[in-house]
Design a protein around this ligand. Structure first.
Ligand SMILES: Nc1ncnc2c1ncn2[C@@H]1O[C@H](COP(=O)(O)OP(=O)(O)OP(=O)(O)O)[C@@H](O)[C@H]1O
Ligand SMILES: [Mg+2]
Length: 304
């Protein structure tokens, strides 16, 4: 569906995307995970034919965005990072105007809008002003709008950023249904749980480069241990205590507010820490996540 080879995007002499290779097969949910400024949106905009690549090769549905932008766009759905809904119009009319823009006949648009409002659970808000919607409802409306032309690929740039957990789960559920209906999903996120829940395959991006590629589980297996013991000591103590416990784990990360000890058996690590006469203020054992993968690969956390 999408193939990129050495894809680059520069703004002046700043390199936002520094030569990435990506290949997205039909029907998968493909994620771009990375912190602020990683180059996720720049990549999405090139794929959506709204920003020309600076270099490398890009094909969407086998076509070149530089030659066949309109043909590609007709088969894409786009849900941009910032809401671009028309606040002058109500919910229904936002969809109507968009449908007409895609050249759909009036009668067809009307039927399609009913289906979509039902799909995103906004039927009873059809006449509401966009400004009166919650953040989650606005995102759902943007998703509905992006589906008006029955796209084969749906591109979602940070679909749930800023939403509360419940609103995020509603969106995940809808995206999961779309995937089951065969829509290829391309999404960016800096939420590791979102990437783990939704993506079959993902790339981890940092500073314009892809630093890892795989399935969520595969990435965790390849770049982290099964478990992580988190130890919280007093403020400012973590750096100096790290040296006293680092041999107890396969790997250690020192964060300002805690130590992360990577091991396949976190409980034993905590017992051993206590065995050395150290008494953390709080301890926690959890499974490794994509956050740990990112930390291992870049030395930084995903969300500061
Ligand atoms: N039009 C532009 N002109 C100049 N610099 C830009 C432009 N668009 C993006 N950049 C820069 O390119 C880098 C990558 O930006 P991009 O928006 O692709 O990152 P991102 O991964 O989407 O980040 P975020 O998670 O914050 O949305 C950033 O440093 C950004 O400041
Ligand atoms: Mg972005």
């Amino acid at each position: 569906m999408i193939s990129a080879r050495g894809l680059r995007k520069t703004f002046g002499d700043f390199e936002a995307v520094r030569g990435i290779d990506v290949s997205v097969r039909p029907g998968v949910a493909f994620g771009f995970l990375g912190p602020n400024g990683a180059g996720k949106s720049s990549t999405m905009r090139m794929i959506c034919c709204v920003s020309p690549p600076t270099g490398g090769e890009l094909r969407v549905f086998g076509m070149d965005p530089a030659q066949d932008g309109p043909k590609i766009k007709a088969r894409l759905g786009v849900c941009p990072q910032e809401d671009t809904l028309d606040v002058e119009l109500n919910v229904y009319d936002n969809l109507y105007v968009y449908g007409r823009y895609f050249g759909l006949p009036r009668a067809e648009v009307k039927g399609r809008i009913e289906e979509l409002l039902d799909f995103v659970q906004l039927t009873d808000k059809a006449k509401a002003k966009v400004d009166d919607l919650s953040g989650g409802m606005k995102r759902r409306l943007t998703i509905a709008r992006s589906l008006i032309n029955r796209p084969e690929i749906l591109v979602l740039d940070e679909p749930t950023t800023g939403l509360d957990p419940q609103a995020r789960h509603v969106i995940w559920d809808r995206l999961f249904r779309l995937k089951q209906a065969g829509v290829t999903l391309l999404l960016t996120t800096h939420y590791m749980d979102e990437a783990e829940q939704l993506c079959d395959e993902l790339v981890v991006m940092d500073q314009g480069r892809i630093v890892a590629h795989g399935t969520p589980l595969g990435l965790i297996r390849d770049h982290s241990t099964r478990e992580v013991a988190e130890l919280r000591f007093g403020v400012g103590e973590h750096e100096s205590l790290a040296a006293k416990v680092e041999d107890l784990a396969e790997r250690i990360e020192v964060l300002p507010d805690r130590l992360l000890l990577y091991s396949d058996d976190g409980e034993s690590v905590i017992e051993a820490v206590h065995g050395r006469g150290l008494t953390p203020a709080a301890t926690l054992v959890r499974r490794s996540s994509l956050e740990d993968v990112f930390l291992h690969l870049t030395g930084r956390t995903l969300v500061d």
